[in-house]
Structure formats: C-alpha cells, structure tokens
Design a protein around this ligand. Structure first.
Ligand code: FES
Length: 367
C-alpha cells in the first residue's frame, strides 16, 4: 500500500519550498534481497534531514521516480525500528512499474526522492498488548511495530502472518530474531504444508479458529491488520463478531479497495442539493475556481484537469496524500480508508474521493 505530499508544479515561488519540506533526495545505502520478489531498501539520511524523517512505527513514505518520462509515486511502508536506519520493504507487483524498477534496477548509491513519513496506521503506545494479522508484504509496517513492542517494557504482540509458500515470507530472519515471549509469531501457509506452520489463508473460518484456540486474544488493547483487502475484511468482521470494538481495530490496505468501497463511506452527509457546484480549490495560497456537477468526477480529478498540481498517490481513498480541508460547503466522499474520525470532524476530506454536495464548495490543501 501502500502513499506523497506536495507534488506541486511551479505556479508559485514558494512551491519549491513545499516540495523541499515534504520530499528529500536521499542516497540508497543498502539493498537486501528478502525473497525472489522483494527487497529491503535502506536510506542514508543526512543529519540535516533526519528530524524530518522521524516516524511512528506503522507509517509509510512515498517514493517519487521518473520512469519513461512520467513521474510515478508509490507508497511503501517503513520496516525499520526507531533506532535503525530508515528502510522500506518493496514487493514486486505484477505489472508494477515502480516496484519492478526498485527490485531490478535500483542500485546502492543511487539518489531517490522520498517523502517524509506519513499515515494514520501507527503504534502510539508500545507498552500495550496487541494482536496483528498480516499477509504477504503487509508484514512491512507490522515488522516496524513489532520491533518497537519488542523493545518496550510492558508491551506484547501476537502476530499471525500468512503467506502462500514459505519462500515468499519477507523479513524471515528479522522475524526470527524478534520471536520471544513478548513477540509471538505464528506463521501460516496457504499453498504448502510445513511443520510448524498453520495451514490455510486468513479466511473468516480460519481467523475464527485462531481466536477460538486462544480466547485471550480478544482481551488485547489493539488489533493491527495489514494486507490485501479480503483479509482485512475477514479479520475485521470476525473480530467484531467476537465483540472487539471498532476503535481498537486499525488496518492498512495494500491494494486498491473494492469490497470496502461501498460500506466504508464515513462522510455520509445528507444533502438535498444536486446540480452544478461552484468549487474553489486553494493550494499554496493560490485559488482555482471551476464548476463541477455533484454527480460528476472527483474534486481531485477536476482540479487536475483545470491545471492544479494537487497532491495524490493511491487515488483509492487509502493513503491520505490528497487530504484537504473543507473551508466552506458540503463535500461527500465515495470512500474513506485513511482519515480518522477526528480528522473528519475537523473538516478534512480525501479529495480523490470527494464530490461537491452544496452549491458552493471551498477546499484547501494548505490547512
Ligand atoms: S490519493 Fe490516496 S487517499 Fe486520495
């Protein structure tokens, strides 16, 4: 999944400052092969830039590359612990330009443009007890979380990690080193039978079995779920059926949402208005006005068509990069898999999911 801040053009003088503050050019310090299809990339962050790269375990950074003359931005979760050099894990995605480039072509010593860390999927208190479900490359942010819990005084983690086959397990060595009374890792394989591994993928039935096997899992203080959408939906559903409250469940989606799209629309504001809305977008103190139908495209798409270099990454309501504040009017979102309830209360929306729902709408990327 993972997600790139101000990718703005050159319409204003202070645009360059925005770029500098959010993206830094850093050197690749190390590239380690994790599996046939994945690598860990470690960055050399200069002392000057180090304060900008402080992160909370669970967060991600954006990587910006120019490939075949086109700028590409992808989000990759941080896998390092707080006391380690900043690293991300990248699994090659079929047809994925950036992940393929990083896996096949990136070299030690190359310069790479990366954003400051971001994201709401994070471990705020390592001194609590947690359960995590991860599948495939979804282990990346969970590894960072696990490292922090392992170092804590009172925290604990039961991590359930699913893969198709044993040779697809990312970070196996680091996970082995973490295995302890504090961090208990349970592996499962869906396409292979192996001693010591649970058999099967994280279907609802298998997650139910895992929980029934150890009901103390239901008494933990937080649940992290990371991986493909179906697994997240399954784990969330089962946890809720067992009585776990939604505010304890945190998830990070590593694919574009399909199943969740319909039922995770948080911003369900009722409005009578339909028709053509007058939209104003504010970016770097510059104002852009255009008209947009309530049943038309998203504010992000229309703003781009109008020449606004608005920030974006996933375009799926997952990453938060396109976050903007509603200054005036009403905006409806198709989906929201990134903003917290607090952010929504404060008036933030994901512009890649936002449609005007009042006669006049003003949103700002500067707030
Ligand atoms: S671009 Fe990722 S949530 Fe909008």
């Amino acid at each position: 999944m993972g997600v790139f801040n101000k990718l703005f053009g050159s319409k204003k003088k202070d645009t360059e400052n925005s770029i500098k503050s959010d993206f830094h050019i850093v050197k690749v310090l190390q590239i380690s092969k994790l599996t046939k299809e994945s690598v860990k990339v470690t960055f050399d962050i200069s002392n000057d830039a180090a304060p900008d790269f402080k992160f909370i375990p669970g967060q991600y950074i954006d990587v910006k590359l120019k490939l075949d003359g086109k700028e590409e931005i992808r989000s990759y979760s941080i896998c390092s612990g707080l006391n380690e050099p900043l690293s991300i894990g990248i699994k090659k995605v079929e047809g994925g330009k950036v992940s393929t480039y990083i896996n096949n072509c990136l070299k030690i010593g190359d310069d790479l443009s990366i954003s400051i860390p971001r994201g709401n999927f994070k471990l705020n208190d390592p001194n609590k007890n947690y359960v995590a479900f991860a599948a495939g490359s979804g282990i990346t942010p969970i590894l960072s979380i696990a490292k922090e819990i392992a170092q804590s005084e009172n925290g604990g983690l039961d991590l359930f990690y699913a893969n198709k086959t044993a040779d697809a397990i990312m970070f196996l060595e680091e996970l082995h080193q973490l295995q302890s009374d504090k961090v208990r890792i349970h592996y499962s394989l869906s396409q292979e039978e192996k001693e010591g591994f649970i058999k099967g993928r994280f279907s609802q039935e298998n997650i139910q079995k895992v929980i029934k096997n150890d009901l103390s899992l239901l008494k933990k203080e937080g649940y992290f779920i990371c991986g493909p959408e179906e697994m997240i939906v399954n784990a969330e559903k089962v946890l809720k059926e067992f009585g776990v409250s939604g505010d304890k469940i945190h998830f990070e989606l590593f694919t574009t949402p399909v199943l969740m799209k319909g039922n995770v629309t948080i911003d369900a504001i009722l409005t009578e208005f339909s028709g053509i809305s007058q939209v104003k977008v504010i970016l770097d103190d510059e104002e852009f006005d255009f008209e947009l139908a309530t049943d038309g495209g998203t504010i992000l798409n229309e703003a781009e068509a109008f020449g606004v270099d608005a920030p974006y990454s996933c375009r799926g309501g997952v990453c938060c990069t396109c976050k903007a504040k509603v200054i005036e009017g009403i905006v409806k979102m198709d989906a929201n898999l990134a903003l917290t309830d607090g952010e929504i209360k404060d008036g933030y929306v994901l512009s890649c999911q936002a449609h005007p729902a009042s006669e006049k709408v003003v949103i700002s990327y500067d707030e």
